[in-house]
Design a binder for this molecule. Sequence first.
Ligand SMILES: [Zn+2]
Length: 370
Amino acid sequence: MFQFHLDHTDTSSSARCGRWETPHGVVETPAFMPVGTRGSVKGVWPHQLAETGAQMILANTYHLTLRPGEKVVQELGGLHEFMGWNGPILTDSGGFQVFSLGALRQLDDDRVVFKSHIDGSILDLTPARAMQIQEDLGADCIMCLDECPPHDAPVSKLEEAVARTTRWAQICRETHKRADQALFGIVQGGIHPQLRERSAEGLLKLDFPGYAVGGLSVGESPEEMYRTLDFTTPMLPKEKPRYLMGVGRPIDIIEGVLRGIDLFDCVMPTRNARNATAFTSHGTVKMRNLKYQTDREPLDSECDCSTCQQFSRGFLRHLFTVGEMLGPMLLSVHNLRFYQRVVTELRSAIKSNSAQEFRREHLARMRDGP
Ligand SMILES: [Zn+2]
């Protein structure tokens, strides 16, 4: 049900392109997954998402279990029907938000107990509970419960997190029952090669159908992240999909692909859109800028999205200036299309063994500026 076919590996890097079969369709990799935090990619219709080229999307377990609750989603037909998205969906374990948003009450070898950031209610999250929630939500790809410590945590804390993540992964593996869901293990270990190795070894023994790299993009520098990927990605099996969680800027995605990552997700295209920041073929631009007031040109003349086909920079600027909701909606479609163009072009570049060249050209264009 979850065949991963590796079509080609770039001769100039570790970049690879493939096809991942899921119960809700095939995902061509490398792929970027837009984030529907609470069951909605903010301001964007599902059909528009598909038009941007999105193949698979992500929803957050932590948010959905607090509201409306996984049983409500299940009663409404599961995530696909609930969200109106019939393509593949991935849910995270909730671990990342527990550690970043929830008021932590208790963390031991069995569970993490936290107070909801919404109404102060207590949620007791065990690995088995994380599996039950994600089985009820019903995504195609789900994640083991992991502990994601902050990047500046002392090594002893990172060691504890690796041990706990490995132990929890084993329980998740034993508890998870749905054959129509692929359960991924998450490699932790901060930016330390030995810890990443220990984490990967423990998870590989459990033979997951895919592996995620967690604990990055949590405050370390881009160079530290790339270096960590340099030694972590080769530890993961070639024949299985590899997912870099929560990353990132377009250049981070390119650097991740060059190091052999297949799947990415990030809130950046939609979050930046809501802040009037657009990704373009020649760098990022702030749409509120006065210089766009009477600009009749499309936002990005190289972009084929519905926003760029129909609207001028002057109109977009106007929408943001007066606070019209159409502004963030139109810019979200454009930014999501920009990310999809990056991964689509990367797939072509890999097939012609020119992924490194693609990276160089991308950096040169960004340097030129808009
Ligand atoms: Zn566009």
